[in-house]
Design a protein around this ligand. Structure first.
Ligand code: MG
Length: 380
């Protein structure tokens, strides 16, 4: 990169966004920031704006900073994604709010570093075909997909994707322990420091389910060729198997800085935020085991949602998210998340090839239904 790469970050005040700015700070001569968009943490967004001096900022509320144009809300996100000055946009907002801006950026031929799950889980077919048509790269930020992206040379020769999972805090606990888990226990992830919603998803392994659906879209791989293996140390971030049985894996210490840096500097690699050199002898051992699908039924539900296709993954995602919020609010038990998701999926009439509007309509409908079901109303 001789010229600075022009980047915008949607979700700059979140966990991925703040780490991305730490990467950019280390690689100041490589990047120019066009826009930073944050949510309700206006104070942090202001500090970021004063430090990194983007051309625009975007927040939920009005902010005034001299010399910086300010935008607001979802329209602001789409305006950022319409600015063709951007070489790449890091989509690190959480939730469905990431979908429309991502499509807007694709429309404008801007590459995407994708850290937003809902974009592919809800609308993978639409997003990937739009990206293909526009010749836009979708570079995954999630550590597992980033690992697979790093391993693949020629997708047509790949036989299988192997996604690793740490197993979360309940890996070696009983089903009963899991059933009686408190919010604090579910949030005590042994390896990764992440937001609350994704941490609960890691405890139920539903996060792995969402990642399977994302991997299917990102790498155009059928579901029966995507495997999950439990790997508690989180050193092997995922692997691929070729037709001849050779397996290529990507290894590294568990740090989100590395996949974020890889995604926004791809195809270049820099030292950047590297903390220390990898040592096999210090790590000494790597363990792998089969996932217990009886204890973690959410993974199978994700396979069902994915293979059913259409609007079913939208239903899976919306029901899960509402159930997770209810769990975090102490309204339901951790294990109820599974039965709630299953109930919503079994009663959902799948919309085939849904449009973006239909996707949002299903999302809304399922959220309302899930909330009502949780409130104990009679379910029809
Ligand atoms: Mg992950």
């Amino acid at each position: 990169m001789t010229n600075k790469r022009k980047i915008s970050i949607l979700g700059s005040t979140g966990s991925i966004g703040t780490q991305a700015l730490e990467v950019i700070e280390k690689l100041q001569d490589k990047f120019e920031i066009i826009a930073l968009a944050g949510g309700s943490n206006v104070e942090l967004l202001k500090q970021q704006a004063l430090k990194f001096k983007p051309k625009y900022i975007c927040a939920n509320k009005e902010i005034k900073i001299e010399g910086i144009k300010t935008l607001q809300g979802p329209d602001g996100l789409e305006e950022i994604c319409s600015n063709k000055e951007n070489d790449i946009i890091l989509v690190a907002v959480s939730g469905k709010i990431g979908l429309k801006p991502t499509l807007k950026a694709i429309e404008n031929g801007i590459d995407i570093a994708l850290a937003n799950k809902e974009t592919l889980v809800m609308a993978g077919d639409i997003v990937m075909s739009a990206a293909k048509k526009a010749g836009v790269k979708i570079i995954p930020v999630d550590s597992e997909h980033c690992a697979i992206h790093q391993c693949i040379k020629d997708i047509s020769q790949v036989e299988k994707l192997i996604i690793t999972a740490s197993g979360g805090p309940f890996l070696h606990k009983t089903i009963d322990d899991m059933k009686n888990a408190t919010v604090a226990e579910a949030l005590a992830h042994p390896r990764w420091n992440m937001g609350r919603k994704i941490t609960v998803d890691s405890a139920t392994l539903i996060n792995k389910g969402l990642e399977i659906i994302e991997a299917h879209h990102l790498f155009n791989m059928p579901y029966d060729k995507i495997d999950v293996v439990i790997h508690p140390q989180s050193i092997v971030h995922s692997a691929i198997e070729y037709a001849d049985g050779s397996v290529i894996a990507q290894l590294g210490l568990p740090s989100m800085h590395i996949p974020i840096q890889y995604a926004i500097t791809y195809p270049e690699r820099y030292e950047g935020i590297k903390s220390k050199s990898f040592s096999f002898s210090e790590i000494a051992r790597l363990d792998f085991e089969k996932p217990d699908y009886e204890k973690f039924p959410g993974v199978k539900m994700a396979y069902t949602a994915g293979t059913t296709g259409g609007s079913m993954p939208v239903c899976f995602n919306a029901a899960n998210e509402e159930a997770v919020f209810a769990f975090l609010d102490n309204k339901i038990k951790l294990y109820d998340i599974y039965s709630i998701v299953e109930k919503m999926m079994s009663s959902h009439s799948t919309v085939i090839n849904p449009t973006i509007d239909e996707i949002f309509a299903v999302d809304k409908e399922i959220r309302t239904k899930t909330q009502e079901y949780i409130k104990g109303r009679i379910y029809k």
